[in-house]
Design a protein around this ligand. Structure first.
Ligand SMILES: [Zn+2]
Ligand SMILES: [Zn+2]
Length: 233
């Protein structure tokens, strides 16, 4: 594997086909992004190069594609992590859970959204009813995946139990923060004041260099969003 030393930093990224590989505290973290479903949701497969333990973040649709990605990366999926319960992030949850046996984790305030069919009306597509979650998350919780971990940052506003996941210089921001955009707050349970507070008080407090992988669209950094996101300046 072709891995470069970071110039003075802990993390370095390079692209191997679709796979972004980072060195985090001496461990190599695998990160693959798949764009799934009619709303072009980002599903991320992450894992440890050393322990082969992994997690799937937001299996929104296209279970077959997600399962093929997991197989290709030879990961043992421990968790399916949901940034929130909307259907465009959970459409393939049932199939991915059944195939991997992984634990499903979601913030307690978004369990209701898991069974909400509002978005299926919106997209015109219905999905199999998702299984109940195995673990309810709260702000500050740590999720251990092999030899690395992610911390839960509760960021309500797009949905009541919306979370971001932070670890190894990376933030998975769900539908809270996008590349030059922010989540919508007009869906049931949304609240625009809360959304702005979550972004300003929790996310923009993070260092500039934190890389942000959102629930839709391209990745970005906290610094780029702080400087140029038209919804935040
Ligand atoms: Zn959403
Ligand atoms: Zn979404």
């Amino acid at each position: 594997m072709d891995v470069k030393e970071a110039p003075g930093g802990i993390a370095v990224s390079l692209w191997l086909a679709r796979v972004d590989v980072k060195i985090i505290h001496g461990q190599i973290m695998i990160l693959e992004k798949l764009v799934v479903g009619p709303l072009a949701s980002n599903c991320y497969i992450i894992g440890s190069e050393t322990s082969r333990a992994g997690a799937v973040i937001d299996p929104g649709d296209d279970a077959r594609q997600i399962l093929a990605g997991i197989n290709e990366l030879e990961l043992d999926i421990k968790y399916i992590l949901l940034t929130h319960g909307h259907l465009d992030h959970t459409g393939a949850l049932k199939e991915v859970k059944e195939s991997t046996g992984a634990s499903v984790a979601v913030h307690s305030a978004d369990v209701k959204n898991l069974n909400d069919d509002y978005l299926s009306l919106f997209t015109g597509i219905s999905y199999p009813k998702p299984p109940p979650p195995d673990r309810l998350l709260e702000d500050g919780d740590t999720i251990d995946i092999g030899d690395f971990s992610l911390t839960v940052v509760h960021t309500p506003g797009h949905s009541p139990g919306g979370i971001c996941l932070l670890g190894g210089g990376i933030l998975f921001s769900g539908d809270t923060l996008f590349n030059f955009g922010i989540g919508r707050a007009d869906l049931p349970g949304g609240n625009s004041r809360q959304l702005m507070e979550s972004i300003h008080k929790r996310l923009l407090k993070l260092p500039d260099e934190i890389k942000v992988y959102p629930g839709h669209g391209p990745d970005t950094t906290i610094g780029a969003e702080r400087r140029s996101n038209p919804f935040l300046i």
